[in-house]
Design a protein around this ligand. Structure first.
Ligand code: FAD
Ligand code: SF4
Length: 498
């Protein structure tokens, strides 16, 4: 029998991940982190204590059986590990790379109380990448149910909903406004963090399930949600259009040439391939001295993209301190290694012009941290008389995004006071048969949360359409029943008798 592991018997050091040299990678778009090989993965898997209470699972927004998949990695059963992961997570290669694990599963890991936590994300990526390399696809036996489902938006929320509805036997059509599917994974997150071939391979898996993609289709302008239900033959629709409408600061100089949103910079660079100009016909404003405002993941991406596009100096301006930066810890660390200059506790007050409509610099004020605000974080307050100017020829705002108003303007969807789609607990909207999830419901969140919402909406959609959900028991233990039929089963019973 295998000896029980303890905190003292496991490898004490977290297995490092090989990375491209910072100076070299700061000038190319190749992936920064190289991933584990089999030996590295086995060593790291050996650090998992397989705790009976499994606190890491509670830290994962979709509740992946983390010890279950790590145990299979340790047994070298990688296909088994992949099956465990994909029972809950459609995109292990993606989530292993971009989830903020330090605040999620790894933040709860028992090992982390004494040593560095088990590198759960890196192991997840290792299994996901092995599956992509080996071409593993879990295509179940699919029995058609003669239901047609429309998905609006092809980000992680839409992809997850599409996969579950296709597996349930529905005809699924995904409409995407851009010319390629993938949402933020494709247009926002750059290749050096999440290579496009990884996303393309995941989208191919959806195609293998029978999901159809119709790109260059802006729903709300070409046709409305109501038309999808009433005229286009859809029995149900999922809206996962994200929250990509950028915020501007509203300070003097906002409209000068050379001020743009991070989403515009990233979309031009990544999806429109502006970084390969002139081979691709997308103009991209190239700054020599770039200032990016914000310190979330989007800001880190804009900073590091600017460096790779050839800027001499790239500054990050953030009004709070490093400890409050919302970006993944690894991204801030990588940005620092690459030579980004961070100006913590600094707030812009004006973008300065050159008198001909172009940006020439920025005026900022130093900040100090005051009392905690509603978010629990200490409120930054300006330090009187601390204004200073510095030179910049490109200013990029990465201070958050909002809901795009198109869906609300063109349909009868009920919105909340912030303009996001209002849903009930099961993600049903105010229009019968229309469900919504991801950033368009919660506001900007994370990939795994959007994916979890897509799956939750799919469960509600199946109940609405009267499709049996294999994951749902006929009757929960102790659930009251009438004539042997549990309350949540009545809908199915009626459909099957009809
Ligand atoms: P999205 O991914 O935004 O996808 C929505 C899709 O709907 C888009 O493709 C859009 O073109 C399409 N669409 C919009 N309107 C219409 C319409 N009317 N008709 C048809 N299609 C439409 N999260 C992390 O967990 N880790 C990270 O490291 C991370 N980094 C990020 C970096 C950047 C630059 C950004 C912007 C976000 C990042 N996030 C990260 C957040 C994460 O990407 C989002 O929370 C997630 O993608 C939301 O998924 P979604 O499916 O709701 O929407
Ligand atoms: Fe393994 Fe950490 Fe989860 Fe315990 S908490 S089962 S050590 S990953």
């Amino acid at each position: 029998m295998a000896k029980k592991k303890t905190i003292r018997t496991i490898p004490q050091e977290r297995t490092p991940m090989r990375e491209q040299d910072p100076l070299r990678r700061a000038r190319n778009f190749e992936e920064v982190a190289c991933g584990y090989n089999q030996d590295e993965a086995l060593r790291e898997a050996d650090r998992c204590l397989l705790c009976p209470d499994q606190p890491c699972i509670g830290g994962c927004p979709v509740g992946i059986d983390i010890p279950g998949f790590i145990a299979r990695v340790a047994e070298r059963d990688l296909r088994g590990a992949y099956e465990v992961l994909t029972a809950t997570n459609l995109l292990p290669s993606v989530c292993g790379r971009v989830c903020p694990q330090e605040n999620q599963c790894e933040g709860e890991c028992t090992v982390g109380e004494s040593l560095e936590p088990v590198a759960i994300g890196r192991l997840e990526r290792f299994v996901g990448d092995t599956a992509l390399r080996e071409g593993w696809v879990s295509v179940p036996f699919i029995e058609p149910v003669r239901r047609r489902v429309g998905i609006v938006g092809s980000g992680p929320a839409g992809m997850a909903c599409a996969a579950d509805m296709a597996k349930a036997g529905c005809e699924v059509i995904v409409y995407e406004a851009f010319h390629e599917p993938g949402g933020v994974l494709k247009y926002g997150i750059p290749d050096f963090r999440l290579p496009n071939p990884v996303i393309d391979a995941e989208i191919d898996k959806l195609r293998a399930l029978g999901v159809q993609f119709e790109c260059n289709t802006l729903v709300g302008r070409l046709f409305t949600l109501e038309q999808m239900i009433a005229e286009m033959g859809f029995d149900a629709v999922f809206v996962g259009v994200g929250a990509g409408y950028p915020s501007m600061l509203g300070i003097p100089g906002d409209s000068l040439n050379g001020v743009l949103s991070a989403n515009e910079l990233l979309t031009r660079c990544n999806l429109m391939r502006g970084r390969d100009f002139p081979a691709f016909d997308t103009p991209l404003p190239a700054g020599r001295r770039v200032a990016v405002v914000g310190a979330g993941n989007t800001a880190m991406d804009a900073l590091r993209v600017s460096l790779r596009l050839g800027a001499d100096k790239v500054h990050c301006i953030y009004r709070r301190s490093r400890a409050e930066a919302p970006a993944r810890a690894e991204e801030v660390h990588h940005a620092e290694q690459e030579g980004i200059e961070f100006h913590w506790l600094t707030n812009p007050v004006e973008v300065l012009g050159d008198g001909q409509g172009n940006v020439r610099g920025m005026r900022c004020v130093r900040m100090a941290l005051g009392e905690p605000d509603d978010s629990g974080r200490r409120r930054p307050v300006p330090v009187p008389g601390s204004e200073f100017d510095f030179e910049a020829d490109l200013v990029v705002y990465a201070i958050g995004t909002n809901a795009n108003p198109i869906m609300g303007q063109t349909s009868g969807l009920k919105l909340n006071k912030w303009g996001y789609i209002a849903t009930d607990d099961n993600l049903a909207t105010s229009i019968a048969g229309v469900f919504a999830g991801g950033d368009i419901v919660t506001g900007a969140a994370t990939v795994i949360e959007a994916m979890g919402a897509g799956r939750k909406a799919a469960r509600a959609m199946k109940a609405y359409l009267g499709i049996r959900d294999a994951a749902q028991p006929y009757r929960e233990e102790g659930e009251p029943a009438f004539l042997g039929i549990a309350a949540h089963e009545r809908n199915f019973t009626r459909v099957h008798l009809a």
